[in-house]
Every structure is written in structure tokens, then in C-alpha cells.
Design a protein around this ligand. Structure first.
Ligand code: NDP
Length: 316
């Protein structure tokens, strides 16, 4: 079994940032990238809210983070961790053997849930989005819709009124799950119309000369009637799934499967195990907040190791 002071799982902004800090703290981290390195930003197009870049393509930004780690000499492994034993601080990978770690930084992220429509794949990044904070800006004076009835959908629809001329909230029921305050804010906005008891069943548009969403089809959940609507943007906000199945029964999680960390910290319920980014954050979910938490996790791992060596140290 190979040994490391710091094992990091996940190669989104949280994982890469944790690796940069851990490497610079001489922890010689081992970073497991997963099978498809780069995380959620690799399926985004333009990113305009990463500080220092007025506009950068998501895949390019992630490649730059990988290059940064490479330049610092971080040991990066393109493989998946398939089993973790947090009691004994060991884990097993698919193809690269087993590791014993002193600290573990979990940065496995979360995935937006999608409806499963062909049009979502065809137009993702070209009118279909899973993040209004990231992409709302591109819909100035456009007509957009948001699917879902929870806090995310309601907050995203309200946020989109800053840019879009019309915002339609498509919900499959006749009541919303979101908080009352959020609901009131949304329903009192003159740019918003809620389409109750409606399911989005098709997204269509142009594929040449450039890809662009143009129409959607809705089905009434009570009558089954189909209606067509012209639209410029579709935001799917029906929840996220954090990638935490490896840790079930070993770490504290909330009802949605998100890891629970101590307030203002990345410390999980097991000492030496830290959680950074979307795997523990269901509120902000931004590249920059994930990166910030990756930094925190590496600094906390460093401090944990110092305290293991010298429990009398004033910071322990
Ligand atoms: P939720 O699980 O709360 O809501 C998901 C919504 O999507 C529901 O209205 C659900 O409808 C709908 N939905 C699910 N699947 C489908 C589908 N296949 N087709 C159509 N509609 C579907 O997810 P959220 O992302 O909104 O929130 C996750 C958690 O994060 C919640 O606890 C939320 O309160 C919290 N949160 C808090 C915020 C804050 O405090 N500011 C901000 C954002 C989120 P149905 O009811 O019919 O299943």
C-alpha cells in the first residue's frame, strides 16, 4: 500500500486549489482526478465571473488549473477512488492501487440533475444551462424559462429578471416548494409568469450555422395537452446530486446527501477528513467559492498534521 500525507479526491476548482496549497505546504499531495478531469466547468462554455478573466471557456480554465498543479509537481492520477475506509484511513482506486493517507480532502463535487431530454445535451452551453448565476448575463432582453419549484428554481428565476425581458417558471405542480419569502419575491415580480402544472418535454432550436435554443414544448400534467412556446434560454433547476456515495455510513450527511462540515470550516465528522466545494455546499455552488474551500481544506489539513506531530502547539 502506498502512503501519502494528503490525498485529494476530485479535480474541480476545489480539488485543484487544495492541491496547489497542499503542494506549497510541502504535504506532497496525491490528487485523484477521476475519469473525466475538470468537473462541472468542463461542460460549460463562457465563464465571466472568475476573477482575473473577463471571459474564459470553462474547459480552458480547468486545463489551466491542471497545468498549474503540474508545474508545481503535484502527483496527479487519472483514476477513480472506488472504496474508502475512513476509520483506517485507506482507500482503493480502480487501476492505481491502494493508498494510506494521513489527511483526506474530499472535493468530489455535485452534478446538476437534468430532465433527460435530448435537447438538453444538444444545447447545453448554447441556451440550456444548469446555473443562472453563471449564465444569466448572456440573456439580456431575452425570453427565458426556469424548470423547477424549489428554492434554487425560484431564486434563479428572480435573479434572471435582472437581465431577461420575460421569465417563465415551469413547475409540474400547482404549489411551490420554495420558502414563502422567496415565493413572494418571485410572484410579485412583473417580469415573471408561473406556468403551473406543466412539464417541459422538448427543447428545440437551430444547430446550424450556430447552435441556439428557439422553442420548447410543454405538457399539461392534468390534461396532457401539449403547447409550443418560443424561448431563448432554458434553465434547469430541479436539484443537484452530490457525489458522496463512497462515504455513506462513514461521514455525517444531510438528507440530500451533502457532507456536513463544521461552520466556517471544511472539517467533517472525522478528524483529518475535510470536504470542500459543491460536495458540501448547496447554497453558493460557484467555482470561486469551491476554490476558496479547497484552500481552506488544505490549510486545515496542514494544521491537523502539525497538531498530530506537536499537540502542545498553541494553534492545536
Ligand atoms: P429541491 O429538491 O428543493 O427542489 C427540486 C424542485 O425540482 C422541486 O420543485 C421538484 O418538483 C422539481 N423537480 C424535481 N425533479 C423534476 C423533474 N424531473 N421534472 C420537473 N421538476 C422536477 O432542489 P433545490 O435545488 O431547489 O434545493 C436543494 C436544497 O437546497 C433545498 O433544501 C433548498 O431549500 C436548498 N437551497 C437553499 C437556498 C437558500 O437557502 N437560499 C438556495 C437554494 C437551495 P416536485 O416537488 O414535483 O418533486
Amino acid at each position: 500500500m502506498k502512503k501519502t500525507k494528503c490525498l485529494i479526491i476530485g479535480s474541480g476548482p476545489a480539488g485543484y486549489t487544495a492541491a496547489v496549497y497542499a503542494q506549497r505546504a510541502a504535504l506532497d499531495p496525491v490528487l485523484f482526478l477521476g475519469n473525466q478531469p475538470g468537473g462541472q466547468l468542463t461542460i460549460t462554455t463562457e465563464v465571466e465571473n472568475w476573477p482575473g478573466d473577463t471571459s474564459v471557456q470553462g474547459p480552458e480554465l480547468m486545463q489551466r488549473m491542471a497545468d498549474h498543479c503540474q508545474a508545481l509537481g503535484v502527483k496527479m492520477i487519472q483514476d477513480q477512488i472506488i472504496k474508502v475506509d475512513l476509520k483506517n484511513k485507506t482507500c482503493e482506486s480502480e487501476r492505481s492501487g491502494s493508498y494510506q493517507f494521513e489527511t483526506l480532502i474530499i472535493a468530489t463535487g455535485a452534478q446538476a440533475k437534468w430532465l433527460g431530454l435530448d435537447g438538453e445535451k444538444t444545447f447545453q452551453g448554447y441556451g440550456v444551462s444548469g446555473c443562472a448565476t453563471c449564465d444569466g448575463f448572456f440573456f439580456k432582453d431575452k425570453k427565458v424559462c426556469v424548470v423547477g419549484g424549489g428554492n434554487t428554481a425560484v431564486e434563479e428565476a428572480t435573479f434572471l429578471t435582472k437581465f431577461a425581458s420575460e421569465v417563465y417558471l415551469i413547475h409540474r405542480r400547482d404549489t411551490l416548494k420554495a420558502d414563502k419569502t422567496n415565493q413572494e419575491r418571485l410572484l410579485s415580480n412583473p417580469k415573471v409568469k408561473v406556468l403551473w402544472n406543466k412539464e417541459l418535454v422538448e427543447i428545440d432550436g437551430d444547430t446550424t450555422p450556430s447552435r441556439k435554443v428557439k422553442h420548447i414544448q410543454l405538457r399539461d400534467t392534468q390534461t396532457g395537452d401539449l403547447t409550443d412556446m418560443s424561448i431563448d434560454g432554458v434553465f434547469v433547476a430541479i436539484g443537484h446530486s452530490p457525489a458522496t456515495s463512497l462515504f455513506k455510513g462513514q461521514l455525517e450527511m444531510d438528507e440530500g446527501g451533502y457532507l456536513i462540515a463544521e461552520p466556517n470550516s471544511t472539517k467533517t465528522s472525522i478528524p483529518g477528513v475535510f470536504a470542500a466545494g459543491d460536495v458540501q455546499d448547496k447554497v453558493y455552488r460557484q467555482a470561486v467559492t469551491a476554490a476558496g474551500q479547497g484552500c481552506m481544506a488544505a490549510l486545515e489539513a496542514e494544521r491537523y498534521l502539525q497538531c498530530q506531530e506537536n499537540p502542545e502547539h498553541e494553534t492545536c
